[in-house]
Design a protein around this ligand. Structure first.
Ligand code: IVH
Length: 679
């Protein structure tokens, strides 16, 4: 007890003690007290601060739990660019890397490597000044990140002070342990929310919370692997140094005397990593000596002194129990398999996509088959192959359904494509998908309305179309009757609906309505042309057709699609009801075209990128570039993230559009130029 001690001294002692226990737990992985004892210290500190508010300092652990809601995130310009790494997939890629490194050094010079786990998380930069944490930022586009100080401070694993008064800037990865992710997901599903697909999504989603208290509820961790200031001579000394400062590091580094030692480590680590409590997707191989690194330098995209060896995605075998079809908002049927549940790359998987009818036919997937599954882009599980040797004798080829699995309407086969469509606009499957589409991040952004809740709302007859979402406040009692919907969840959902009702632009509303061919970019152009939904509805569809066709970046097909959509009475009815319910349907006037390094160039962005697509669009626009929804004649660049379909790339090639990866886009954003292409 604190009897007899001046409160200030006891306060300082408690702050130090709690920091020490955090260090023991997160950095040394060796807790010395129980959770209950830890909580007791924490409570004592809280009580002391309540009695003596003047004692509270920014470094007190009670201040980790932020309270202020952040209105978006401020921007942070990284003093040194946060580069990403070149990838290696095969031993030969590593041999090439090693050769390039040795060729780049003076003759006869020895090179030593440090191998580290490649942690599947979110990279961050944290600045300490005078021993105190002053700022934390995400990587962003490598040059400009987001200020997430308030959120990161809530991570207990992150020391608020370090015993070194120098200006130190450390970089590392925010992550979440597999087990913690499972706990979070159980709670999310119970609350009718969508489960996080993988630890990286969970970490990213948690850090980008507008309310730091939400971040504080997530058991995030952090491992550092880089110090920007040149204090040490080698990577392995630096990692030791960070650890000595009490900063959590992965403690899994391995110094390798040559490439053979690197290869041996990778082989061992592929097994060892399965026993780690967190997800890793490869091994980062770095030249140990900082002097040698300086000598080797960097290309416009990557350092020449490091590479990331990526393990092939994990695959597991399981048995197909059923083959069914999901119904999309346009009625398109996507075949999926129900599987015996298995653990795959950190999550339990019971369904996998079969993409389209051709895919099922080519792979000849049958009920009862043993299949190999993996996660495409580490998110969506998909069937890779069928083990024909394990096929039971009584299986039959799968026959595509003749009727919609949801509403039993006869399905239509699309001409020329391997797709079936449910033509019934009132189909509950289509309605669910349309409503879910409306809630998407790039549309009305109602993240409280996960798929499970949308299903319940439609099945329970509470919501039949997107307009009825805004009638939910009048149905509070019925909402409380739903499964897993307590008063708090209901309030949260209603608050989210209210925010969407008054806080979104017409462009987002139009995006959410899912007019065929109208993506975010076209929706914005339409919204900017008419300004309000009222004005759009009051313009005869024929005039809309002509006006839009003339609009820059729209084209006749989209103009036709918008006009046809507006001619449909059911669509007009939804719009009228949205307006009657007070949904804000206005578009702020467009900002004056911006001048910048990308002025005169147009971009289509596709695939999985390191940032949400909307943000990438925004940086392109900010630099003066124009966005195209699809690759058309005249699109200057296609920015291709991971997992881009071959057809997109083909179109680009045909139309003379240059394909860029994210790093090359960065070069352009920074005003740099790219080497000419060979073709
Ligand atoms: S070093 C110059 N070390 O992988 C690049 N990165 O693909 C310095 N990552 O953006 C990065 N574990 O987010 C480094 N042990 C590790 C890492 C690691 C995960 C991430 C990091 C980086 C990405 C590059």
């Amino acid at each position: 007890m604190s009897v007899g001690r001046p409160p200030a001294a006891r306060h300082a002692a408690l702050v130090e003690l709690i920091a020490e226990h955090n260090r023991a737990y997160y950095t040394l992985d060796a807790p010395v007290i129980s959770d209950a004892e830890y909580d007791k210290l924490f409570r004592e500190l809280r009580a002391l601060e309540a009695a003596h508010p003047d004692l509270v300092t920014a470094s007190s652990p009670t201040q980790r739990v932020g309270s202020a809601l952040t209105e978006g995130f401020g921007k942070v310009v990284h003093a040194h660019r946060m580069m990403s790494l070149d990838n290696a997939y095969e031993e030969s890629d590593l041999r090439d890397f090693d050769r390039r490194v040795r060729d780049g050094l003076r003759e006869g010079e020895r090179v030593r490597y440090v191998c580290e786990p490649k942690i599947d998380g979110l990279s961050i930069e944290v600045a300490y000044r005078g021993g105190k944490l002053v700022q934390a930022a995400t990587r962003g586009d490598g040059t400009i990140g987001e200020d997430v100080t308030a959120n990161l401070r809530t991570i207990r694993a992150l020391p608020l002070t370090i015993p070194d008064p120098r200006d130190l800037t450390v970089r590392g990865e925010v992550l979440i342990y597999r087990e913690d992710l499972e706990t979070i997901n159980e709670a999310r599903v119970a609350a009718g929310e969508e489960a996080f697909m993988n630890p990286r999504n969970a970490a990213a989603g948690s850090l980008r919370q507008k309310d730091p208290r939400k971040t504080a509820e997530r058991p995030l961790r952090v491992f550092f692997y880089d110090l920007v200031e040149r204090v040490f001579e080698t990577q392995h000394e630096m990692l030791e140094g960070l650890h000595a400062l009490g900063l959590p590091t992965h403690r899994r580094e391995h110094v390798a005397a040559d490439l053979d030692a690197v290869l041996a480590f990778i082989a061992d680590f592929d097994t060892a990593r399965r026993g780690l409590p967190y997800e890793t997707d490869g091994v980062v191989v770095k030249v140990d000596s900082f002097a040698q690194r300086e000598h080797l330098g960097a290309t416009s995209r990557f350092p020449r002194w490091a590479t990331a060896f990526k393990f092939a995605p994990e695959q597991v075998r399981t048995v197909v129990r059923a083959i069914t079809c999901d119904v999309g908002r346009t009625g398109a049927l996507t075949p999926v398999v129900d599987l015996d549940e298995v653990l795959l790359a950190g999550t339990m998987v019971a369904r996998a996509s079969l993409h389209n009818l051709d895919y099922v036919a080519t792979k000849d997937v049958r009920v009862g088959d043993t299949v190999l599954i993996e996660k495409a882009g580490e998110i969506i599980p998909q069937v890779v192959s069928v083990d024909l040797d394990a096929r039971p004798s009584d299986t039959v080829p799968w026959a595509p359904p003749r009727v919609c699995p949801v509403c039993a309407t006869a399905v239509k086969r699309e001409e020329g494509v391997a797709a079936l469509r449910c033509p019934n606009v009132a189909c509950a499957g289509r309605r669910k998908a349309s409503i879910f589409y409306f809630t998407r991040r790039s549309a009305m952004d109602i993240d409280r309305l996960g798929w499970a809740l949308v299903e319940q709302l439609v099945d329970g007859g509470l919501v039949g179309d997107v307009a009825q979402l805004f009638e939910l406040p009048q149905r509070r009692a019925a909402l409380l009757e739903l499964e897993r919907m307590g008063a708090k969840s209901v309030d949260n959902v209603l608050a989210a609906v209210e925010v969407a009702r008054t806080g979104r632009t017409l462009a987002r509303l139009l995006t959410g309505l899912g007019i065929p061919l109208v993506g975010e970019v076209a929706a914005r152009a339409v919204a900017e042309r008419y300004g309000t939904l009222r004005a759009l509805l009051d313009t005869p569809p024929d005039e809309v057709r002509a006006q839009l066709a003339e609009l820059h970046g729209i084209g006749e097909k989209i103009a036709e699609s918008v006009a046809a959509w507006l001619e449909e009475p059911a669509n007009r009815d939804v719009c009228e009801r949205l307006l009657a319910l007070g949904v804000r349907a206005e578009q702020p006037p467009p900002a004056a075209p911006r001048e910048g390094p990308l002025t005169g160039s147009s971009f289509c962005v596709t695939g999985v990128l390191s940032r949400p697509r909307e943000q990438v669009h925004e940086s392109i626009r900010a630099a003066g570039g124009e966005i195209h929804d699809t690759v058309k004649k005249g699109t200057t660049y296609l920015v291709a993230g991971e997992k881009v379909g071959a057809s997109k790339l083909d179109t680009a090639r045909k139309r003379g559009t240059r394909v860029l990866d994210e790093a090359q886009l960065l070069v352009l954003l920074e005003g740099g130029t790219l080497p000419p292409t060979s073709s």
